[in-house]
Design a protein around this ligand. Structure first.
Ligand SMILES: O=P(O)(O)OC[C@H]1O[C@H](OP(=O)(O)OP(=O)(O)O)[C@H](O)[C@@H]1O
Ligand code: HPA
Ligand SMILES: [Mg+2]
Length: 190
């Protein structure tokens, strides 16, 4: 698939690149203020959070380390299965550390809710969450999220780390997928 094909699969651009980057700088400034004098462990959730993690980490002045977890609840489709599997665990022990989970999106909240309690049980000094996107109308469970980039409508989105069947993660903006790509309305089923 070439770039023209990829763009033909797009329905619309929801958040342009410049807006994403400006928001990440805002979030970083807020995080810098909140963690002044401390050191942060950023925990990126693979693979979707790779882009947010890379840009957020570079916008922060707070000293950070990075670690990664891979969990999967979506498989290749557009609906959360609700079953969370650890595909790759953290390398580091987070006991006594200030930990910030970095996510691309909180959709049903099932992934994050599970991840938050999993990491909480490992005894960090503090545990907060930063997500670029959140879908308030899709929430099946409420999860505490301290830093939120954008609240978006309940549509399946792609780009800037977000995939549909592993594609489109490298788009520099967030967009919605044309229904012809997956034969759906775009609304996620409950
Ligand atoms: O709030 P939820 O409904 O649980 O959905 C959010 C999660 O789903 C996506 O990950 P996915 O399982 O697709 O893996 P990926 O990051 O590798 O694409 C996304 O990156 C979040 O981690
Ligand atoms: O809207 C979405 N797009 C891509 N991946 C996702 N994972 C949860 N929600 C989404
Ligand atoms: Mg995915």
């Amino acid at each position: 698939m070439d770039e023209a094909d990829m763009r033909a699969d797009l329905e619309k651009v929801l958040i342009p690149e410049e807006e994403l980057q400006a928001k990440i700088r805002e979030l970083a400034a807020e995080i810098d203020r909140d963690y002044e004098g401390r050191e942060l462990l950023l925990v990126g959730v693979l693979k979707g959070a790779v882009m947010v993690m890379a840009d957020l980490a570079r916008a922060l002045h707070t000293p950070i380390s990075m670690d990664w977890m891979a969990v999967s609840s979506y498989g290749s489709g557009t609906k959360s299965s609700g079953v969370v599997r650890i595909l790759k665990d953290l390398d580091a022990d987070i006991m006594g550390r200030d930990v910030l989970i970095v996510e691309d999106i909180v959709d049903s909240g099932l992934t994050l809710s599970w991840l938050r309690s999993n990491l909480e049980s490992r005894g960090p000094a503090s545990l907060e969450v930063c997500t670029l996107l959140r879908k308030p109308d899709a929430a099946k469970i409420e999860v505490g999220v301290r830093y939120i980039g954008f609240d978006i409508p309940n549509e399946f989105v792609i780009g800037y780390g977000l995939d549909y069947s592993e594609r489109y993660r490298n788009l520099p903006f967030v967009g919605t997928l044309a229904p012809h790509v997956y034969g759906g309305s775009g609304e996620q089923e409950a």
